[in-house]
Design a protein around this ligand. Structure first.
Ligand code: UN1
Length: 503
């Protein structure tokens, strides 16, 4: 795909492409080499209000479109994503920075979600139950809620919007979408393709701009009934607080400090592959990244040397080049934050085994590249073992046995993903039971969630909701219980019930 350069883009509101009311703009810049990707409207509360009004008006029609027909739009969207996959992948390597194979995975996740949720248009199952009274019929049905505000991050710029918007749409809601300011063009392409798939005007709207002006107004707007956010713990807390007065439904997907446990009996080669992929894939910028590795002492030395040797062989570079293993991190602030944690780790007495520096040379200094970084001899309470760094840094922690490994893995405030490498089936099952996380992998790293299972975490990772899978439908619908009395007389529940049949 040709770079769009200084092309100006607009918001999409009520089926019209429009500038921000204030006329301000911001640039999307490639983290790989500093190229300008495009210029976008820097919107404000007034733009959000227009978009919410359009979405509110469109809801009255969209909620009545039969769900299988809504699903067909998503099916066509999936087909369009396939048709445009190569372009989207190329754009993602440029606007967000991840390497080609992973960008392909990101788009594929959205394709999978399109087909999964398209099929949901013919299910959206509720329940039918017997009644305690004669001549009475009971059922529960899912109802759409209204306008959904979707606030998405830059690390999965196509996949995460699909996790939020596609279930919202198939359930009959309408959406105002605020993509991350680091990846606005991918957000815009997503909406263009949804539009091409045949969504009526106003069903999906996009408003570009920052969290302070656009996100905050969405969160506070009285006509937005659901907020779904993937972001930091701090933002999540603020969103929940600001949404409380209007008692909005809030779905939060926040941080992680995910650990891979490696026991003495593990296949070390397999474990090392899983760790490298989970720690350094997407330059460590996944909520599910393995930023801790908890190793039983008998395997520690061998695993450590394997990991260090492999990390040092990883090639940093542009995501669009075939031989790149690790792309850039998203921006300068991220690079600085990641490096500050290297300094923190050293200061805490952890041993820097490899990496720990900004990568320059071979054109890399025009972008934001950080060497894959491994700390050894990390104590579980150190800040580098407790706080989310969101970069290519992982911490090796030595433990004596299985019980200590589980304790250390659980000894954090987050609870998103977890993993254990072992050949002992009993320990594997105990780990499945005891790891306090929304996701547990056995003999695989911490990343690789599939769209038809619930995604999300326990503790400070969220607020008890899940996206993806059937669980996503609970975020975007309200249950209605319906009682149909066809007896023709007043029947009082709990009062006019019959005696149990005699024994
Ligand atoms: C995220 O980092 O927020 O399992 C999402 C995975 C991906 C999704 C990650 N399928 O790592």
């Amino acid at each position: 795909m040709a770079l769009t350069g200084t092309k100006r883009f607009q918001n999409y509101i009520g089926g019209e492409w429009v500038d921000a009311i204030g006329g301000d703009t911001f640039e999307s810049v490639s983290p790989a080499n500093g190229d300008t990707i495009g210029i976008f409207p820097k919107s404000g509360p007034g733009d959000v209000d227009r978009a919410v009004e359009a979405a509110r008006a469109a809801f009255e029609e969209w909620r009545l479109v039969p769900a299988p027909k809504r699903g067909e739009v998503l099916f066509r969207f999936g087909q369009l994503l396939i048709e445009h996959k190569d372009d989207l992948v190329d754009l993602m390597t440029r606007e967000m920075g991840k390497v080609k194979a992973e960008a392909g995975g990101d788009v594929q996740e959205a394709i999978d979600m399109s087909y999964y949720m398209a099929g949901e248009g013919r299910r959206l199952f509720g329940q039918t139950t017997p009644s305690e009274l004669r001549d009475k019929f009971n059922m529960s049905v899912r109802m759409p809620i209204g306008v959904v505000g979707a606030i998405t991050p830059w690390n999965f710029p196509i996949a995460i919007p699909s996790w939020k918007m596609l279930p919202a749409l198939v359930c009959g809601n309408t959406v105002v979408f605020k993509p991350a300011t680091d990846t606005p063009l991918l957000g815009e392409r997503f909406v263009e393709l949804l539009d091409e798939a045949g969504l009526p005007k106003g069903v999906v709207n996009i408003v570009h701009g920052g969290g302070g002006a656009v996100g905050d107004r969405l969160v506070r707007h009285p006509d937005v009934r659901v907020i779904t956010l993937t972001g930091s713990r701090e933002t999540g807390v603020e969103v929940m607080r600001n949404a409380a007065d209007a008692l909005k439904h809030v779905h939060l997907e926040l941080g992680g400090k995910n650990a891979i446990i490696v026991l003495d009996d593990a296949d070390l080669e397999l474990a090392a592959d899983g760790i490298l992929w989970s720690a350094f894939g997407t330059s460590g910028q996944r909520c599910t990244a393995a930023s801790r590795v908890i190793v039983q002492e008998g395997a520690y030395e061998a695993l450590q040397s394997r990991l260090v040797a492999a990390a040092e062989k990883m090639r940093l570079g542009y995501g669009w080049e075939d031989d790149t293993d690790v792309g850039p991190v998203i921006n300068k602030a991220a690079l600085e934050k990641i490096h500050s944690y290297t300094e923190i780790g050293k200061g805490e007495g952890a041993r820097l085994l490899t990496g720990g520096e900004v990568a320059t040379g071979n054109g890399l200094s025009d972008g934001y590249y950080y060497r894959p970084t491994i700390f050894g001899d990390v104590a579980p309470g150190m800040r580098i073992a407790q706080e989310e760094i969101f970069g290519p840094t992982t911490a090796l922690i030595r433990v004596r046995d299985f019980d200590e490994a589980i304790r250390v893995s659980n000894g954090i405030k987050y609870g998103l993903s977890s993993s254990i490498f072992t050949r002992d089936v009993n320990k594997a099952f105990r780990a499945m039971r005891d790891l306090q996380a929304g996701i547990t992998y056995i003999n695989a790293g911490t990343i690789g969630a599939e769209v038809h299972l619930p995604f999300g975490g326990t503790k400070d990772t969220g607020n008890g909701h899940r996206e993806a899978g059937q669980a996503a439908l609970d975020v975007f619908t309200e249950w209605k219980s319906i009682y149909v009395d066809y007896s023709g007389r007043l029947q009082r529940a709990q009062i006019d019930t019959e005696e149990s049949p005699a024994p």
